[in-house]
Design a protein around this ligand. Sequence first.
Ligand code: 13P
Ligand code: SF4
Length: 465
Amino acid sequence: FHQSSTNPPHRIERIMTFVESAPTASVDRTIRLITTGKSSASTCNTDLAAAPWDFDARPGYGPGASMGDVIPTNAPRQGSLPAEYRDASPEELDRRIRAVKASMGDRLVMLGHFYQRNEVVQYADYVGDSFQLANAAKAHPEAEAIVFCGVHFMAETADLLSGPEQAVILPNLAAGCSMADMANIDQVEECWEALEAQFGPLDQPGPDGRVPVIPVTYMNSSAALKGFCGRHGGIVCTSSNAETVLKWAFERGERVLFFPDQHLGRNTAKAMGVPLEQMPMWNPNKPLGGNDGKTLDDSRVILWHGFCSVHKRFTVEQIERARAEFPGVRVIVHPECPMPVVDAADEYGSTEYIRNAIDTAPDGSIFAVGTEINMVQRLAAQYPQHTIFCLDDVVCPCSTMYRIHPGYLAWVLESLASPSTGPDAARVLNRITVSADVAEPARLALERMLAARPPVAGGGGTVAS
Ligand code: 13P
Ligand code: SF4
């Protein structure tokens, strides 16, 4: 794969990003090349080249796609990482992480989301989408510790699905999710009260046996919201089973309250034939969510006003450009992208859907992918028989996924592997525990999802023309 002098300048740039990153597939390395002037590509924030611990003392999500989002004041903070981990070289951290993994054996399971940096993913026993990792957590009752290289809601879910003796550990507590933070339990309770005032008792079925509203929360939400769904006859979904879950909900309710991601809700319901006029948005800062009573009465899906800042970056113009530059390109996007982007793509689906589509494509395929850059660069390196690039030219990882770094990993792991007695006794650092009152109904909502069975290979599908 080489550059051609007849390529337009922006095409050369895209090819260069692909070629430079291919040997290591490392977004860290790409960002270093950009910030040292060795690559002409661009990044959304040069602070991304700094160590993640530089941001632990500062408010905000850190550099990356969510840096403009408002972080709740009570969002978990990461305390300062001991100097020995901050100062250790990559080789030293690698040696120490591998030593703990070898000494703990099956007592430790490490899970890594597709969006994690490669420097972390290399240690994971399982790499997958949020649904697959939830199942992996459930499938390892023998492990004393589950180290979750992902974000806070994923670690909470692993805690809900694993045994009470098992410790789930999030290496950096600041690895939250700005979208998950866009709906909190007080706002959802208030919304529910307003809907009750509108529709009458929400737990009483009408003549057709269905209740007025079924709450559906995306996996990207706090355990408190999953608990809310469990208490109110609702369910959890992921991007790999959203359609299956919405069908489940429509069998039981006249309409769905879907939070926090408006885009996943809208894209999924639209593909199921729900008209856009029957999908009003619920803005938690406005009376009746900013709607009138008639709109709510006619609604089928009430969409919470949340979004993912990583997927909001993708545009129809990027798709048009990719099609012009690479005739025959297959455009695949994640369903957290806005609806016009999903409509302009060829296919959409969860991260596992995207991986599987690339894995099963004939050699020489060209893919323009609309999802997080760490995953796209890794796929480009893993499948050199294809041409794979990110729809967005600007390198801009998920701010919170990027807070996990080998330094934090070595810190939590070495603490776990310390002797069982004495002053250096093992300490479980950064354990994520869901309180019992929330855990019981949250587990119920998750079990409903697991029983609803997702389609194979990460859900999603082709976009109807
Ligand atoms: P997946 O369920 O596809 O892994 O997505 C999780 C996520 O956070 C996407 O932004
Ligand atoms: Fe949250 Fe978006 Fe990051 Fe996924 S990519 S963890 S939805 S902010």
